[in-house]
Write a protein that binds this ligand. Structure first.
Ligand SMILES: NC(=O)C1=CN([C@@H]2O[C@H](COP(=O)(O)OP(=O)(O)OC[C@H]3O[C@@H](n4cnc5c(N)ncnc54)[C@H](O)[C@@H]3O)[C@@H](O)[C@H]2O)[C@H](O)CC1
Ligand code: K
Length: 521
């Protein structure tokens, strides 16, 4: 499923109207009817059916027009309906004005929230009296920036009322492109996205304000998003198949052997953080690798013997202390030369000169590499400038959490979170790497511009080691021959799904630990 920006939606909308001659009024009719049907479903789920009083909050744009169509259909379904215009309905134009006139002729009761020129008072408390739920048709994809008055006050009053809200297209106050929310922003139980889901509905904090997102077709011909060049998708089993040609689970042929499924080298873990390496290596095994080797500085390797019988230990020459700082990059590159993928970073620690060390390593390794955790911070220190990234022919996937992304991009964490899709995509294109920006609704961005927003996972996965597991999974998939975007998208989806399964098998998600995720793969 595609995720669109406001500008993309406007372009698709315009082409539908101009090129195919489908009138705006028809799209609006379909939109409003779809919202009415979802609203009735909502009331039905609350055990109320048509015994429900809806108040439609209508703005002056086409979002408001959709709301008026919705009001008409709710009325025809037998619900009680009234309209509260945010500002004078005289300011409506075009298709929205047409709906205003129809609603008036039908005698749908209407009031105006703020009409200062008529002595309107926005502090009046009785706006929502007698209604059971609200339809938010105040602002849609044509809005920009913080809602202005009287919208801000009406939104705040609606939130304060505590009434359930069904939002038209987007909750008013939400940035449709980024998921940022204004101080005044509707909190909807459900949002009926028209034609396509807007990106902001699937990025926090917007996602929490959108509630359940239902996408409804409104008459825009199939394939228009693709034609308009939309290349951001929701990540689920359907899009893995449709956009990347990957089936879930991946096929495993009968006539195969361990050599068929790749050999992954995991260079991770150190004296006090060996668990990070073990989790990555175990995750790589559970994700289907034929062989997994765990690289360790030679002096540290003996102490790790026997931890996991399926994992091979690979001792890499050091100077006797068992520390990564003593392992020459060329030695580790040599160890990786027989592998189909390298995972580097989790629990490795930091040391003086580690940035140059990592760059030298990455430039020597011919296999695809997954870079995570400490190795990302090494890069942030050494390679922040454009062009300073290691020059590699094989794919590189990086898996930063927001803190690591902030360091990589030279931003603060809030700046990083403001437009996660835009940032991940920009970073991927600039440095030629595939970016997995972790956090709720993880973003996967490819240097070619394609991006996916994940749908799986839960807050129980906010636990130490969950990222190490993800690194191992994606590394494993790279070793099995998936390309960087395929491995990253598939791995992120699977990791979240395993987390969801593991959480569901426990009394509460909070007790989930990283090993549970690995075992649930
Ligand atoms: N996509 C489609 O094919 C269809 C979309 N529909 C609906 O139309 C809206 C978008 O409508 P538009 O008229 O462009 O904008 P809005 O309704 O969102 O209204 C914006 C309105 O408000 C003013 N404004 C802008 N910014 C602010 C602000 N910060 N505060 C207050 N007011 C603001 C602006 O001047 C406009 O007048 C889309 O979401 C769908 O719901 C169609 O009906 C069906 C086809
Ligand atoms: K809205």
């Amino acid at each position: 499923m595609e995720l669109v920006t406001s500008a993309e939606m406007r372009a698709i909308d315009a082409r539908t109207i101009e090129e195919f001659g489908i009138p705006q009024a028809i799209l609006m009719e379909n939109a409003g009817r779809a919202v009415a049907e979802e609203a009735r479903r909502h009331a039905g789920a609350a055990g109320r059916g048509t015994d429900f009083g809806w108040l439609v909050l209508a703005g002056k744009g086409n979002n408001g027009g959709d709301g008026l169509v919705c009001a008409r259909h709710l009325r025809d379904m037998g619900c009680r309906v009234a309209v509260l215009y945010a500002e004078s309905p005289d300011r409506m134009q075009g298709a929205a004005a047409l709906q205003r006139d129809i609603a008036a002729r039908l005698g749908i009761p209407a009031r105006v929230f703020a009409q200062p020129e008529l002595g309107g008072d926005i502090t009046d408390a009785g706006w929502f009296d007698g209604c059971d739920g609200l339809i938010d048709a105040l602002l849609g994809t044509g809005s920009a920036g913080e809602p202005r008055e009287p919208y801000a006050s009406l939104i705040e009053a609606a939130v304060k009322s505590g009434l359930p809200v069904v939002a038209v297209d987007i909750p008013s106050g939400l940035d449709a492109d980024t998921g940022a929310v204004a101080k005044a922003c509707i909190r909807a139980e459900s949002t009926v996205a028209l034609a396509y889901a807007k990106r902001g509905l699937h990025q926090h904090p917007g996602a929490a304000h959108a509630g359940e997102v239902v996408v409804r077709r409104i008459g825009i011909p199939a394939g228009e998003a693709e034609r308009a060049g939309v290349n951001t998708y929701l990540l689920n089993a359907d899009s893995l198949q449709a956009k990347l040609g990957l089936s879930f689970p991946l096929p495993r042929t009968e006539d195969s052997h361990k050599g068929t499924y790749g050999h992954v080298l995991v260079a991770a873990g150190s004296a006090l953080m060996s668990g990070a390496g073990l989790l990555s290596a175990r995750a790589a095994l559970r994700a289907g690798s034929g062989l997994v080797s765990w690289a360790q500085p030679a002096a540290a390797a003996p102490g790790l013997r026997g931890f996991a019988p399926e994992i091979m230990l690979r001792a890499v020459q050091d100077e006797g202390t068992g520390e990564w700082r003593q392992v020459k990059p060329e030695r580790l590159a040599e160890a990786a030369s027989g592998a189909d993928a390298l995972v580097i970073g989790p629990g490795m620690g930091r040391w003086e000169g580690d940035g140059a060390w990592l760059r030298s390593l990455l430039e020597r390794v011919q296999a695809p590499v997954l870079v995570d955790a400490d190795a990302l911070n090494m890069i942030a220190d050494a390679c922040a400038q454009p062009g300073a990234w290691p020059q590699r022919n094989a794919p590189t996937v990086i898996t930063p959490h927001p803190g690591e992304m902030a360091r990589l991009a030279g931003l603060t964490v809030p700046q990083t979170q403001r437009d996660r899709i835009g940032l991940a995509r920009d970073y991927a294109a600039r440095h030629g790497v595939t970016v997995v920006l972790k956090g709720a609704r993880t973003v996967v961005a490819s240097p070619d511009g394609r991006a996916f927003v994940n749908t799986t996972g839960n807050p129980g996965m906010a636990t130490g080691g969950a990222g190490d597991a993800l690194a191992g999974i994606i590394g494993s998939l790279l070793g099995q021959g998936l390309n960087a975007l395929e491995a990253a998208a598939y791995g992120v989806y699977w990791h979240g799904l395993a987390g969801d399964r593991a959480a569901a098998s426990r009394p509460q998600a909070a007790s989930l630990i990283a090993g549970d995720i690995v075992e649930a793969l």
